[in-house]
Design a binder for this molecule. Sequence first.
Ligand SMILES: [Zn+2]
Length: 218
Amino acid sequence: MNLKTFLLDLLFPPKCTFCENLLERSGRLTCPDCQRTLPWLEGEAAETRVEFAARCVSPLRYQDSVRKSVQRFKFSGRRWYAKTYGTLLSQCVQDHLAGEYDLITWVPVSAKRRRERGYDQSQLLAKELGERLALEPVELLQKPRDNPAQSGLKDAAQRRANVLGAYTAPWPGRLAGKRVLLVDDVVTTGETLSECARTLRMAGAENVVCVTLARAKQ
Ligand SMILES: [Zn+2]
C-alpha cells in the first residue's frame, strides 16, 4: 500500500459496496461475508430471456443487500460503486458472453433524469465494464422522452406500452452489422432491454446480447 492510499483510507475508510461494513484491506470492494453469501447466479441460472436479444445474463439476484446497494448507487449518489459492479459485470461477461459482441453500449436515462441525478448509472457501468474488457463503450441509444419509471407499473401490458418507442438509435452508422453488448443495472420483466434491443436491431445491429448487474425474481 502506498502513502496516498494509506492516507485516503484513513480519511475515507473503504466500505463494502453491499453491506457497508468497513473493509479491513484496501483494494477489496466486497467484504468476505458478502463474497460468500450474496445471491450469486451461476451457470444457466444467470440467464434470462429477453425478446429481441439473443441472451441476457446477470451475476446477482436483485434482493436484500444487492437491492439496497443498487438503490444507494442510483438514488444516494454512490457513483463509485460502479467500480465494484464493473468487476462483477466483466466476470459475468467473460464467463457467458465471450466472443459474442463487437461493441458495448448502455440503456440511457433521459436528459432530464440525468440532470436530476447528475449521472447516468448504466453509462458508468458500461464505462467500468469497458475498461476491464479493453473496449471503449459507444453511445448508440438515446431516450428523448421522460416516461414514468417502470418500477411504478405492475402490469406487463402497461410496462410494455410505457417503453414502446421510448428509445431512439440516432447513429445507425456506428452499429450497422455489429453485435452489440447492452448494459443495464437491473432486469425485471425485461421490457426495457427488449425495447432497446428492438431499437438497435431496427437500426441495423446484427445481434444484441445483454448483461445487467442484477436480476429481479423471474
Ligand atoms: Zn459486505
